[in-house]
Design a protein around this ligand. Structure first.
Ligand SMILES: [Zn+2]
Ligand SMILES: [Zn+2]
Length: 141
């Protein structure tokens, strides 16, 4: 197993078998709303690599693209666990905060910078996109 994780109250546990195909910091408005005004930090895994133990609740939002975004969270503590887009059902966007430390992951790409507040500190060394970039490429295997 590559990573383990869990929500804030421990009702939901994660077992992740592979490495992420990408990591991102997202400043879109929806992320600011679920992340208390800051960006979300995410690692994108293949669906089959992520095992969830425990019951999740979900909310469904329609993105500007028309895709349906599903946000899965712990119904007991409310911690965001992962998101999935109807356009990329083979991927799970796992919130870095629910992966056990020390995981060594950090954002490689910053997205939706045009929606970031003026006070946001965005690392100029990272690849950045004003809006949604193309999906990460599939792994070579
Ligand atoms: Zn919980
Ligand atoms: Zn976002």
């Amino acid at each position: 197993m590559s990573y383990t994780g869990g929500c804030a109250c421990g009702a939901v546990k994660l077992e992740i078998a592979g490495e992420p195909i990408g990591t991102r910091q997202c400043w879109c408005r929806q992320c600011q709303q679920i992340a208390a005004g800051g960006p979300t930090h995410n690692a994108i895994f293949k669906v089959e690599d992520v095992r969830v133990i425990g019951a999740l609740a979900a909310s469904h939002w329609t993105a500007a693209s028309g895709n349906t975004l599903t946000f899965s969270f712990c119904p007991s503590c409310g911690a965001q666990v992962y998101a999935q887009s109807s356009a990329r059902a083979h991927l799970k966007t796992v919130r870095l905060g629910v992966i056990d430390e020390p995981h060594g992951l950090r954002p490689e790409v910053v997205i939706w910078t045009e929606e970031a507040p003026a006070w946001a500190h965005i690392d100029p060394a990272l690849e950045s996109w004003p809006r949604q970039p193309p999906a990460p490429p599939a792994p070579a295997d």
